[in-house]
Design a binder for this molecule. Sequence first.
Ligand code: AMP
Ligand code: MG
Length: 338
Amino acid sequence: MRTEHLTEKDIQRAADLLRSGGLVGIPTETVYGLGANGLDAEAVRRIFLAKGRPQDNPLILHIPSADWLERYCQHVPPAAYALAERFWPGPLTMILPRKPLVPDAVTAGLDTVGMRCPDHPVTRAIIRAAGVPVAAPSGNSSGRPSPTTAGHMLEDMEGKIDAIVDGGPCAVGVESTIIDLTCMPPRLLRPGGVTLEQLRAVLGEVAVDSAVTRLMGAGERPRAPGMKYRHYAPKAPVTVVTGEPERSAACIARNLEAGDGVICFDEFAERFAGHTVEKLGPASDKAEQARRVFDALRAFDSTGVKAIWAQCPDPSGLGLAVSNRLNKAAGFHIIQAP
Ligand code: AMP
Ligand code: MG
C-alpha cells in the first residue's frame, strides 16, 4: 500500500489486520514502525519474534490524540498535557504510570508505559479506525539501524509481517525523544526530534539520563531496559570523531586506511575521494543529519568496508540525537579531534 494511492478502504484493511492480531508496518514522522494491537499480548509477542527483540525491551503505545492517554495511563500529571499541547502530534514519547489493561508484553513487566502520538495522518487514521492503541517499535531487525523508508523496512521484515503502509521517506529520521514523567525532575531517556532545549522551555529542569551520553557498565541497571543494548550497528566497526568539523575531518584523514568508509558532512566529501563516503548533510544542518544518519549507517552493509569513521555534530539542539545514534552505532567508541 502506498500513501499516494491510499483509500479509505486501505486504511480499513490495515485497521482490520491490526484488530485481528496481525503485524503492520506503519509510517511515522520519525522512523517506520512495526505495529500490532497493543492490548493483544499474543500479537505483541509476534513483534518481538519478527524483530528478534529481547523480551525485556519495552514497546511504545501509539495513540491518535492526547484524549486517549487516560484509557491506558493513570495519575497523568499536568506536565503531560502541557507537553502534548506543545509537541503532539510529534516525535515525543512520555513515560507514564500504566493502567492494568496494558499487557506486560508491551511494558516488559514495568508499571509504566511509553505513550506517543505520531505526526502522520494516515497512521493516526489507521489507529483511530482500529480503535486500539498500536504497540510499535522501530521496524528493523533488533540491533540494526532503524528504517526510514518502506524499502529499508522490507529488507529486514519481508515475509515476517502481514502488510506495510508506504508513507514515503520519514521527515525526522531518528526515533522519538523519550521523557520519563514518573520522576522529579523529569528525565530525558532518549534524545530525538523534540530537543532537550524545547523540553526545558516547557518543563523547567530536565535531567539527562547517563545512558544518553555513555555506554552502560556491565553490572549497571538501566532506567529503561532497552538502553543497555547495542544499537544501530552496521556490520563494520564505527569510530566517531567529535570536534570542530575542520578538525574532525583532518583527524579522520590522518587515521583512515585503505578499504575504510567515511560518514562526513557534505563539505568534506571530496577530501575522502577513493573511499566509500556517505554524506550526513551540511555541517550546519542538523535536521538533514537526523534524516540521513540511519541511511548512512545502513548503506555500508552492502559494501565491503573494513571500518567506518564518522564526523559528529556538537550536542546542541538536534545534534544530541544525531550524536547519540552515531555513538551507539560505535558502541561509544569516540575520539576527540585534537
Ligand atoms: P523502539 O520502539 O525500538 O524505539 O524502542 C522503544 C524504547 O522505548 C525502548 O527501547 C525503551 O528504551 C523505551 N521505553 C518504552 N517503554 C518504556 C518504559 N515504560 N520505561 C522506560 N523506557 C521505555
Ligand atoms: Mg528501535
